[in-house]
Design a protein around this ligand. Structure first.
Ligand code: FES
Length: 112
């Protein structure tokens, strides 16, 4: 019998092709996690009303925690009210050096 674990891999979030984080933050929005990683992203309402955090998606998809009230193009998202559904590449950059954290045998490893 082959055991197939029933789990979903945590999506990797990249900024213009550079991997910056592994999204395994179940209680946070994409905006929260980008801010933790010191990504400069403008926001105001943080609830999908104003559109100030609107960001272009280069590749991948998101799912919304709450329905955005802003009109979006197919390649745009509102990080304040969504989470990555797949690996995600956003049209953003960071000033900070990125470290991708991966979990291996219950140990966090930083990839420099
Ligand atoms: S901060 Fe207002 S829509 Fe995201």
């Amino acid at each position: 019998m082959i055991y197939k674990p029933n789990f979903k891999k945590a999506p990797i979030v990249s900024l213009n092709g550079e991997p910056v984080l592994l999204f395994n933050q179940q209680q946070h929005t994409l905006l929260d996690v980008l801010e933790i990683k010191k990504v400069n992203i403008f926001s105001e309402c943080r609830n999908g009303f104003c559109g100030s955090c609107k960001t272009r998606i280069n590749k991948g998809s998101v799912t919304y925690i709450s329905e955005p009230l802003v009109e979006l193009e197919a390649d745009e998202c509102l990080p304040c009210c969504c989470v990555p559904e797949t690996n995600l590449d956003l049209d953003l950059t960071t000033d900070e050096p990125s470290n991708l954290y991966v979990q291996h045998n219950k140990t966090l490893i930083t990839l420099d």
